[in-house]
Write a protein that binds this ligand. Structure first.
Ligand SMILES: *Cc1c(COP(=O)(O)O)cnc(C)c1O
Length: 218
């Protein structure tokens, strides 16, 4: 079994163990830093969702591949600078890192010009870490309200990256509660080290790199 197939199997098993509906957990194969040769093997196994962190790297890797295979869905997981918004619209189907109003405004303007908008996750700083971006839980309701009503963005869910030295449970639980409070159905949480826990807490998009593609250099 390839490491991709092993991960798929473990997701299925975790859904059963935690009593989730089969297939509610969608897998994003995080292919950042990895070459297309290696990624293609996973595409050939039927994988649809792929995650990248850098806009420029993603464009050069995916533009040609995606124009031949339009059902692929590309997710931007990393921070987004406002000057890259135009480029993002030409490739990405999902953005997981909406973290400030200036970006919401920029995305909104681009969406109006193009007549469509990628699906958006609001990144939440559940651990209120200074070095991390993301909206603090207490500011989330207002932020979502503005994003949806004023900027008319297609906000589908919330995303978090738990603090590195803490157990992820409380962060996943908090994110789930926040999504419920705000009427959002999608939860982007869980990485190679903690995705089973994320499935327990109702994650709908887990983001897995290392467990599929191996360690990344630097
Ligand atoms: C790199 C990255 C991942 C994948 O992490 P792994 O530990 O390799 O599974 C998931 N989410 C984000 C936001 C990332 O930057």
């Amino acid at each position: 079994m390839s490491s991709f197939e092993k991960v798929k199997k473990e997701i299925e098993d975790a859904e059963i163990v935690f009593g989730k509906k089969k297939g509610v957990t969608k897998l994003i194969a995080v292919s950042k830093t990895k070459p297309m040769d290696q990624i293609k093997k996973v595409i050939e196994k039927g994988q649809v969702h792929f995650g990248e962190n850098r806009v420029q790297e993603a464009l050069s890797k995916w533009e040609a591949v995606k124009s031949n295979k339009r059902d692929l869905k590309i997710h931007l997981l990393g921070p987004l600078q406002t000057n890259k918004v135009k480029k993002v619209f030409s490739l990405f189907d999902y953005i997981h890192s909406l973290d400030r109003l200036s970006l919401a405004e920029k995305l909104s303007r681009e969406a109006q010009e193009r007549g469509y908008c990628p699906k958006i996750f609001v990144q939440v700083n559940t651990g209120k870490e200074e070095q991390k971006t993301g909206i603090f839980p207490e500011n989330l309701k207002g932020f979502i309200n503005l994003s949806q009503k004023t900027y008319e963005l297609d906000v589908v869910g919330l995303m978090c990256i738990p603090p590195i030295n803490e157990r992820p449970e409380q962060h996943f639980g908090l994110l789930r509660d926040l999504a419920n409070d705000n009427g959002l159905t999608e939860l982007s949480m869980g990485m190679s080290a903690d995705y089973k826990t994320a499935i327990k807490y109702d994650s709908t998009f887990i983001r897995i790199g290392t467990a599929i593609f191996g360690e990344r250099e630097k």
